[in-house]
Design a protein around this ligand. Structure first.
Ligand SMILES: NC(=O)C1=CN([C@@H]2O[C@H](COP(=O)(O)OP(=O)(O)OC[C@H]3O[C@@H](n4cnc5c(N)ncnc54)[C@H](OP(=O)(O)O)[C@@H]3O)[C@@H](O)[C@H]2O)C=CC1
Ligand SMILES: CC(C)(CO)C(=O)C(=O)O
Length: 325
């Protein structure tokens, strides 16, 4: 198959390397120093059972659209940060609309698929999740990844019957050592993953011990009694928020997700890595989604609101003025 991976960073490069190893054609869309390095020296991906280091086809989005038709690709995998989805859909609208290629989002958050569906229609929208993976750019052109790195995917917004094209895609991914599972209810899965992301990503933030938040990996966060309880409380708020989208998350779902993240490898969250690199955080897309939906239901996600507030103060430090000024 021919894959286009848009936003080829930690997640996109890991899955792309697996697909290349399995003999598929993969084009990586990236930018800046990371793109330049991939174009000149290839891509290196290190995982406990993958040591990938070779030349790859890496391009920027605008020249790619000038040289290639969207219809050339069998699948577009979207692995941008969620805050970039809307701009990408706008940038690529005409190009995308001249084809039928499906788009599979692998992003965190619950608002990417609705945006893709609004632009391209439900039939081309595949919801998806990168599960049990920690993957990051540690230097331009160099990715380190941990975990079994599964994909959960399904037609947007729901899938009543089995679908041969999606089943074929799942087989292709599994054959490429990407454990993939189809779900009939991707909205539920996206919200279930958001339990973890709203629980750990914002609280993990911080660059050094003087920072307002923690700078901790997922294990240390969940193992600390006070912080662990806060993670759990933010998960409970996420479950309340999900009701606004008619998604029901049970206490057992919260317990499962808490157990999963506390037992998984100690990893840096993608938000902590963004913070360390001075990049925008997926704060509106993760915590904002929870806060807004709780407000719509007439309640407050107080823990999530507090952590977002602290984080916003941290990211944009208060300018202290001398009392005499
Ligand atoms: N990393 C992880 O372990 C996990 C991440 N996720 C989710 O997966 C998604 C991707 O995360 P992750 O892989 O960490 O993200 P990364 O930041 O590592 O990768 C995204 C890449 O896309 C690039 N990019 C952004 N905008 C454009 C553009 N307009 N054109 C070309 N390239 C662009 C970024 O460049 P630049 O750096 O210049 O912005 C970056 O290289 C997120 O939603 C995240 O929450 C889910 C599970 C685990
Ligand atoms: C759950 C976690 C922490 C790792 O998969 C993640 O999704 C992230 O880092 O954004």
């Amino acid at each position: 198959m021919k894959f286009l991976i848009v936003g080829a960073g930690g997640i996109g490069c890991y899955y792309g390397a697996r697909l290349l190893e399995a003999g598929h054609q993969v084009t990586f869309v990236a930018r800046g120093a990371h793109l330049e390095r991939m174009q000149r020296h290839g891509l290196k991906v290190v995982h406990e059972d993958l040591h990938f280091n070779r030349a790859v086809d890496a391009q920027a989005m605008t020249p790619l659209m000038q040289q290639h038709a969207c219809a050339e690709y069998d699948l577009i995998m979207l692995a941008l940060k969620s805050g970039a989805t809307s701009d990408w859909l706008t940038l690529a609208a005409d190009w995308l609309n001249r084809a039928e290629t499906p788009v599979l989002s692998l992003q965190n958050g619950v608002d990417n698929e609705p945006m893709i569906a609004a632009a391209l229609g439900n039939a081309r929208t595949l919801g998806g999740l990168a599960v049990r993976i920690g993957g990051h750019i540690i230097a331009p052109g160099h990715i380190e990844a941990k975990g079994p790195a599964q994909i959960v995917m399904g037609h947007w917004p729901q899938q009543a019957e089995s679908n041969t094209a999606l089943e074929a895609l799942a087989q292709t991914l599994n054959a490429a050592h990407i454990p993939a599972r189809i779900t009939p209810d991707i909205r539920y899965e996206l919200w279930k993953k958001l339990l973890i992301n709203n629980g750990v990503n914002p609280l993990s933030n911080g660059v050094n011990p003087l920072s307002a938040l923690t700078g901790l990996d997922t294990r240390s966060l969940t193992a600390d009694p006070v912080l662990g309880r806060t993670v759990y409380a933010m998960m409970q708020e996420t479950a309340i928020a999900a009701r606004a989208d008619d998604v029901s998350l049970s206490e057992a779902d919260i317990d499962d997700m808490f157990a999963l993240i506390s037992q998984f490898d100690a990893i840096k969250t993608s938000m902590l890595v963004d913070r360390e690199k001075g990049r925008p955080l997926e704060l509106d897309e993760i915590s904002g989604a929870v806060i807004d939906r709780c407000q719509r239901q007439g309640c407050h996600a107080t823990q999530t609101e507090l952590i977002r507030c602290l984080l916003q103060l941290e990211v944009r430090p208060v300018q202290w003025r001398p009392l005499t000024a």
